[in-house]
Design a protein around this ligand. Structure first.
Ligand code: FE2
Ligand code: FE2
Length: 168
């Protein structure tokens, strides 16, 4: 499953500098991120099935599709794809910062589903921010920066929904 092309691209720049990049580590990191994305995809798919409001259902479906795209991006990453990624800044409402974790159960209320989603996105954002900070490779740095921005966008989308539908 792990793209061999990507390993070659990522290693090119570093070999000359005499830095030995641990292939296993790259593989593990990408595999871990892919599993996270699959988890997020499953979460939004389930959430869209139990959502009672059409606006929320659409949001969950949209996000499930985006999580699936992240999974594919990580599975099929090449240097060319990394170059094409556009990174924009995303506002931060910081609502989830003040929330505690809630476990997903089938009978969760709408507010609880949004709370679970917020914490999940917060963790995804943190994962990619940490990976970006520790990435030694420029391509990896950009890839994780892009994914961090994508998850920041999700976190913002969920927080906005929570603000509109629950807090008001
Ligand atoms: Fe994602
Ligand atoms: Fe996400």
């Amino acid at each position: 499953m792990f793209p061999q092309r990507f390993i070659c691209h990522s290693l090119k720049g570093n070999r000359d500098q005499g830095v030995f990049m641990d292939l296993k580590r790259y593989e593990e990191i990408i595999k871990f991120a892919i599993d996270k994305e699959i988890g997020s995809f499953k979460f939004y798919t389930r959430a869209s099935q139990v959502a009672k409001y059409s606006g929320a259902r659409e949001l969950f479906i949209d996000f499930s599709k985006e999580e699936e795209k992240h999974q594919k991006l990580l599975e099929e990453i090449t240097l060319e794809k990394i170059v094409q990624l556009k990174i924009e800044t995303v506002p931060n409402l910081k609502i989830s910062d003040y929330m505690v974790d809630v476990d997903f159960k089938p009978d969760l209320s709408y507010g609880d589903i949004l709370r679970v989603a917020m914490k999940m996105e917060e963790r995804s954002l943190k994962l990619y921010t940490d990976l970006k900070e520790t990435a030694k490779d420029e391509g990896m740095n950009k890839l994780f920066g892009f994914l961090a921005q994508q998850e920041a966008k999700h976190k913002y989308g969920i927080e906005k929904k929570y603000d509109e539908d629950i807090l008001r």
